[in-house]
Design a protein around this ligand. Structure first.
Ligand SMILES: Nc1ncnc2c1ncn2[C@@H]1O[C@H](COP(=O)(O)OP(=O)(O)OP(=O)(O)O)[C@@H](O)[C@H]1O
Ligand SMILES: [Mg+2]
Length: 252
C-alpha cells in the first residue's frame, strides 16, 4: 500500500507507515491542542523531506498569521512557497465565494500531493450561513420528509453539505487532513458529529491538565484500509512543533 508519511516520528509508526494514500482524515481536538501546528508540519515535512507539493486552505488564520507561527518554530515556510512546494490560500468565510470551485481550480493548477483544510468547522458554519448547497440539501430533505416526517433540521443540511464537500475532495485522490474543533465534553468526534462517519480516518487530540501537570495525547480512532495503533500516543508541543514521546522515554 502506498502511504503518505507525516514525517513526524512516532506518528508514522502509530499509523503503520503513514496515512493510506488518498485518505481524507479528520483531525479533531479542543482549542490549542495543536491542530494547525500538526497540519502545517505535515505539509512542511512532505515538501522538505519528500519533495511533495502541499496546499494549505485556511479559513481561520491568514497567510501572515501562519507565517508568524511557522517563524516561531523556525520553519522555512517562505522558502518552500518560493520553490512552489507549498501554497497557502486564505479563504475569507465572510465573503462567501464559491469554495468548491476555487478549490477545484487550485488543485487543478497546483496539483498538490497533500491538502489541508484548517478548519472544517468554520467552513461548514459559513456554508450553512451563506446557504451554499442549500438547494441540494433542501431537495434531499424533501425526499426524506416524504418518506419519513422528520423536520428539516440543520443537521440534515450540514450533512448534505459535508457529503458534497468530502465527495468532491475524494475525487482529487490526494491525502487530505481536515481539522475540526472539538469541545472536551462532546461525545462525538467532530464539531458537526457527521464528518467522522464520512472521513476515511479520524485522529483525536486530547489535552488533560491535572494540578500543574499537563498531558497531551492523540488517538487514531479510525483509519480505513490500514492497521493502526489504538492506544493513546503522548505528545508535546515544543519549540520544534509536535513531538511524539517515544515509549522508551515513558518507562521511567
Ligand atoms: N514554541 C512553542 N513551544 C511550545 N508550545 C507552543 C509553541 N508555540 C505554540 N505552542 C502551543 O501550541 C498551541 C497552539 O497550537 P495550534 O495553533 O496548532 O492549536 P490549534 O489546535 O490549531 O488551536 P485553535 O483551536 O486555536 O485553532 C498554543 O496554545 C501553545 O500551547
Ligand atoms: Mg488552529
Amino acid at each position: 500500500m502506498v502511504r503518505t508519511k507525516t514525517g513526524i516520528q512516532g506518528l508514522d509508526k502509530a499509523l503503520n507507515g503513514g496515512f493510506p494514500d488518498g485518505n481524507i482524515v479528520l483531525l479533531s481536538g479542543g482549542a490549542g491542542t495543536g491542530k494547525s501546528t500538526l497540519v502545517m508540519q505535515f505539509l512542511l515535512n512532505g515538501a522538505s523531506l519528500f519533495g511533495e507539493r502541499g496546499l494549505y486552505i485556511s479559513t481561520e488564520q491568514t497567510r501572515e498569521e501562519l507565517h508568524r507561527a511557522a517563524d516561531k518554530f523556525g520553519w522555512k515556510l517562505k522558502e518552500l512557497e518560493d520553490k512552489s512546494l507549498i501554497k497557502i490560500i486564505y479563504f475569507d468565510i465572510t465573503r462567501g465565494d464559491d469554495f468548491l470551485n476555487r478549490v477545484d481550480a487550485m488543485v487543478e493548477e497546483f496539483k498538490p500531493k497533500r491538502i489541508v483544510i484548517d478548519s472544517m468547522t468554520t467552513l461548514t458554519d459559513s456554508l450553512m450561513i451563506s446557504g451554499i448547497g442549500e438547494k441540494e440539501a433542501f431537495s434531499m430533505v424533501q425526499v426524506a420528509e416524504s418518506v419519513n416526517p422528520i423536520p428539516r433540521t440543520e443537521q440534515v443540511i450540514a450533512k448534505s453539505i459535508l457529503y458534497r464537500l468530502i465527495k468532491e475532495l475524494k475525487k482529487f485522490k490526494v491525502t487530505t487532513l481536515l481539522t475540526s474543533e472539538l469541545p472536551e465534553e462532546l461525545k462525538q468526534l467532530s464539531a458537526d458529529g457527521i464528518t467522522e462517519f464520512i472521513a476515511d480516518g479520524v485522529v483525536i487530540l486530547h489535552f488533560l491538565g491535572v494540578g500543574s501537570a499537563e498531558f497531551r495525547s492523540m488517538q487514531i480512532r479510525k483509519m480505513r484500509y490500514s492497521w493502526h495503533k489504538r492506544d493513546h500516543v503522548l505528545y508535546d508541543i515544543t519549540g520544534k512543533g509536535i513531538e511524539i514521546k517515544e515509549e522508551e522515554e515513558l518507562k521511567i
